[in-house]
Design a protein around this ligand. Structure first.
Ligand code: PTT
Ligand code: SF4
Length: 621
């Protein structure tokens, strides 16, 4: 095979066993890589286990784009059964570890078992060592990476966890390069449960490519197209931070635990405010449109800002000073906590305090930076009663203290930065995302509104009005196929296409140059549909068949009340109209009215192998 190594590195920490395993070419062809490969491994090998127990597996999965100079192709999928949701969990981060894993000769690394004492893994091409992490345990993710680079040199890729992962915070992430971070549904906690502090990889092999000349030419063309895009210079100025002003204009900003969509201090935390504080720019490997905007925070430390982080840790907490928001953001990275879930949890605590459901004097009120900062530390170290409860996530916290009607999550994963009182398509995207309420699979809100953050001059002109046109369901499926499917399987950053308009046609052409396999758009969509159906089957199985369409509902808050201000004041989603959209979504996917893939759909997607297992839990239609 060209483009794929066809090899998975397996490391069992309980037994100290290391094995390089071949996987069949059909798996590479059908699942391509990244999320596809991870979902297949979890379906086959991780069944009915405790997510924080020794039988969960931690998967680091690359795709054919990784390790090669492809447009923004320095990404990697990290996946496991999620301790936050109990279902399939993954995330995607930009890291040199992706480049080095592939150059070491592997498409994926699977970590099994639990070490007796804290360890880290060092992979150097074919050599693998499991080494003591005694001196690293307890350090922040940044400190750990720095120490490991002092030992192994700078030419390595490092993935590490902070105290959040060590202390099994249910939304702990894996961190790399002081500002790349992934695995929202607690993949960092799975790493912590294995007593694995870090993975360090150095690879030096040449990845076999089908047509090197075409790859070089296409890559050069794509890089140039990015540089010549009319949106390029504004993107480089603001990156994802441009979304803050745009969301505020459209009443889609999460404000005070999503109770409002417009923030009175938006100007002081938006992309322009960030530009005034910016000191440098960082990014992922092989990217020529780097978007990691670094500022100095209120404690004179560097903090890399993104829209999601600033909206959830800023407006959602009623905090209007960007240098203070930047402190919370930097702490999330150092401690290895997902910034979105962290902001969701603290926002919930603030509202619960306002409503008298939480009386703990330690609990912050909206706008209280000092107490919010303290709570972040208490969560990461699980050191007070409130800290311990908040470390469990919004769903469990609301089940304990009350307030389910304002608990902002889907399937247990906290909602990211789009407030959907007026946006049924985006609500559907959250409802049906394969990991819970994350926007990464169908950021359909830009299409729904009719403008995007990068289109500064068009933004004011478009007037959006709420509708439930069935084409919204079709658009969600289309975007999921591309964003949650193709990009996650390749794996590559989708932002060149989304933000600066790189033609999507480059991707199948690059894939063919790398692998020699010609994927038509139909083939890519089929592979994406296969992965979605497999992930859905995984959820149904792990929930022992206790599954119904209510699992695909957005938070209750969006069906009642409405934002307190802005153009959509008082408006909210209509439950029966949402239900119709959901049915249309299921119809397009070939899933039944419970949201379970039909037998025929599974067979058509060559997923017949899941049927016998699934039938132990549910009757298939
Ligand atoms: C992603 C999610 C996002 S999505 C953001 S900001 W975004 C938050 N970033 C966090 C962070 O930072 N630190 C932290 N402690 N927690 C964080 N939680 C949140 O995690 C990220 C970029 C961004 S910035 C986005 S949109 C795109 N996401 C991609 C994706 O999902 N797939 C893909 N093929 N390409 C993507 N490109 C963009 O990557 P999760 P990163 Mg992230 C610091 O991980 O779990 O997928 O959640 O990976 O390397 O930091 O790049 O406005
Ligand atoms: Fe990373 Fe941003 Fe480049 Fe995407 S655009 S690869 S997130 S630096």
């Amino acid at each position: 095979m060209k483009g794929w190594w066809g090899k998975i590195l397996r490391i069992n920490l309980s037994e100290g066993r290391v094995k390089a395993q071949d996987y069949p070419p059909e798996a590479a062809l059908s699942f391509i890589g990244g999320r596809g490969l991870a979902a297949k491994i979890l379906w086959d090998e991780v069944k009915g286990v405790d997510p924080l127990g020794p039988n969960n597996k931690l998967v680091f999965a690359c795709g054919p784009f990784n390790g090669l100079p492809t447009p923004s192709g320095g990404k990697m999928v990290v996946a496991a059964k999620s301790p936050l949701t109990g279902g399939y969990g993954d995330g995607n981060l930009g890291t040199m570890a992706s480049v080095h894993l592939r150059k070491a000769g592997y498409d994926a690394l699977v970590v099994e078992g639990v070490a007796r004492r804290p360890v880290y893994i060092y992979v150097e091409d074919g050599n693998v060592n499991i080494l003591s992490a005694d001196g690293l345990w307890g350090k922040t993710a940044f400190e750990a990476e720095k120490s490991l680079k002092e030992v192994h040199g700078r030419n390595v890729g490092v993935l590490s966890i902070g105290p959040g992962g060590e202390n099994l915070v249910k939304y702990a992430v894996i961190v790399s390069q002081e500002g790349r971070s992934g695995g929202r549904p607690g993949i960092g906690a799975v790493m912590g449960s294995k007593k694995l502090k870090a993975v360090v990889i150095r690879g030096s092999k040449e990845i076999p490519v089908a047509d090197k000349e075409s790859l070089t030419r296409l890559n050069q063309e794509a890089y140039n197209a990015v540089l010549n895009s009319p949106s390029y210079s504004f993107w480089r100025r603001q990156g994802t931070m441009a979304a803050l002003e745009w969301c505020n204009e459209n009443s889609a900003l999460p404000v005070r635990n999503f109770s409002d969509g417009v923030f009175e201090f938006a100007r002081s935390i938006d992309g322009y405010a960030m530009e005034g504080m910016k000191i440098s720019q960082r990014g992922c490997p092989y990217c020529n449109m780097t978007c990691g905007n670094v500022v100095l925070d209120a404690e004179a430390r560097e903090s890399e800002l993104d829209y999601e982080n600033v909206s959830l840790l800023g407006s959602n907490l009623g905090l209007g000073k960007l240098n203070e928001v930047s402190v919370l953001n930097r702490l999330a990275d150092e401690l290895g906590l997902d910034s979105i879930s962290l902001g969701g949890v603290i926002g919930f605590v603030m509202e619960a305090k306002e409503r008298g459901l939480i009386k703990d004097p330690e609990a912050p009120e909206f706008g209280d930076f000092k107490k919010a900062r303290e709570l972040v530390l208490n969560i990461a170290y699980r050191r007070t009663d409130l800290g311990r409860q908040a470390a469990e996530g919004v769903k469990r916290l609301s089940e304990r203290v009350g307030g389910k009607e304002f608990a902002m999550h889907v399937k247990g994963l906290e909602v990211s930065g789009y407030n959907c009182f007026a946006y049924p398509a985006m609500a559907l995207a959250y409802g049906t995302s394969s990991i819970g309420a994350h926007h990464k699979e169908a950021w359909v809100i830009a299409w729904e509104i009719g403008t995007a953050p990068m289109e500064v001059e068009r933004r004011q002109a478009v007037r959006y009005s709420v509708s439930y046109n069935p084409e919204k369901a079709a658009k969600v499926v289309e975007l999921q196929r591309l964003r949650g499917g193709m990009y996650e399987m390749l794996t590559a950053c989708r932002l060149p296409w989304v933000e600066v308009g790189l033609s999507i046609e480059y991707y199948p052409r690059l894939l063919e140059a790398i692998t020699g396999v010609k994927y038509s758009w139909d083939d890519i969509y089929r592979a994406a549909d296969r992965v979605y159906a497999l992930i859905r089957a995984y959820w149904v199985r792990e929930f022992n068949g206790r599954w119904g369409r209510e699992m695909d509902y957005p938070p209750e808050r969006w069906f009642t009340g409405g934002p307190k201000s802005g153009p959509f004041k008082g408006q909210h989603l209509d439950r029966s109209e949402y239900d119709k959209l959901l049915s249309e979504y299921y119809r397009l996917r070939g899933w039944d009215e419970r949201g379970i893939p039909r037998r025929e759909t599974l067979e058509n997607l060559n997923l017949g192998f899941v049927i016998p297992d699934l039938e132990k839990y549910v009757e298939l239609n």
